[in-house]
Design a protein around this ligand. Sequence first.
Ligand SMILES: Nc1ncnc2c1ncn2[C@@H]1O[C@H](COP(=O)(O)OP(=O)(O)OP(=O)(O)O)[C@@H](O)[C@H]1O
Ligand code: SF4
Ligand SMILES: [Mg+2]
Length: 336
Amino acid sequence: MITGNGIVKTFKQRGNMLGAREVRALRGVDFSIPKGGAASFIGESGCGKTTLGRIIAGLETYDDGEIVIDGVPMSSLTLKRRQPHFRKIQMIHQDPYSALNPTRTVHQTLRAPLALRAKQTGRSKAWMDERAAEVLSLVGLDPATVLARYPHQLSGGMRQRVVIARALTVDPEMLVADEAVSMIDVSLRLGILALLKDLRERLGVSVLFITHDVATARYIGDDGDLYVIYRGQVVERGPVDTVIADPVHPYTQSLLSAIPVLHGLELPGEQPVVPLEALNAGQDDVGCLFAPRCPFRGERCDTERPLLQLTEGVPQEHACFHPERRSVIARPMSEV
Ligand SMILES: Nc1ncnc2c1ncn2[C@@H]1O[C@H](COP(=O)(O)OP(=O)(O)OP(=O)(O)O)[C@@H](O)[C@H]1O
Ligand code: SF4
Ligand SMILES: [Mg+2]
């Protein structure tokens, strides 16, 4: 079980003549991903998904809050002692092209982490070769065909499978898949998604899926929670199906209307959400973060920040002063 309590992360970006600019990437995020379970983070570009994924995988520091892995708070450990815990969490990046060293064959790519494990556990070279073949088979690749190949000799889908195989060499408990299919040819995406789903079932590995696309979140983590993130804050969360069927936060509703979801969904009404580009910076400190774009904004929304609270009648939470079931209606696939 991996939980996060109140995770805060601010980046300092080089600014203009006035000096560095602070970007509040995460503003107190809570999450919980059970062993063998699934969770999905969705939200538009820049909302903090990758930052949160990297923090969960131990690849990024955080300014406040706590990550607890299998009951152990990471802040109670030295950096060195955290490593074995974070090793249980492996990240699959968006771009399988840059994730693999072009000068290494698949065999060499898998040998590096396996050699480390063999050394730690006193295992033999034969074990390393067996394990390399095993992880390739697990991801649906034929070891005899791919072991001697270089990345440029593989398709994008095969490369991503090799990346997943490399992650499996350390027997992870969780895979963090960050837009893991977005740079892969559309025809090969479903195969990778099916593989992640299959690994969940066969190995009991949990999967955290980071995506812009609700449909893929639903496919992978149909029994897990969906976290809708807006500018570093979770604004709605709950079981994927209930959040998709019954969103009460205007941002979730706008996301569902903007993305062709499953069979396409759209938000009826005459007051469209203001596009992100139309926003002025600096409206961060008071009120609801979504207020400048929200068609349903009331007075309280400008002066107070809504916190996550239970949504009536469904097992989900929202951060909105005017939660309402504004019917998000299905659009036929032919119109998407
Ligand atoms: N290393 C960094 N240094 C400075 N700012 C950063 C850094 N990493 C992320 N940010 C900023 O933090 C915010 C959140 O970025 P993040 O990459 O987590 O978003 P995201 O939701 O993954 O976006 P996308 O969907 O485009 O991948 C953005 O404003 C981004 O510019
Ligand atoms: S709190 Fe107000 S501004 Fe924010 S999403 Fe809800 S209705 Fe809109
Ligand atoms: Mg990202």
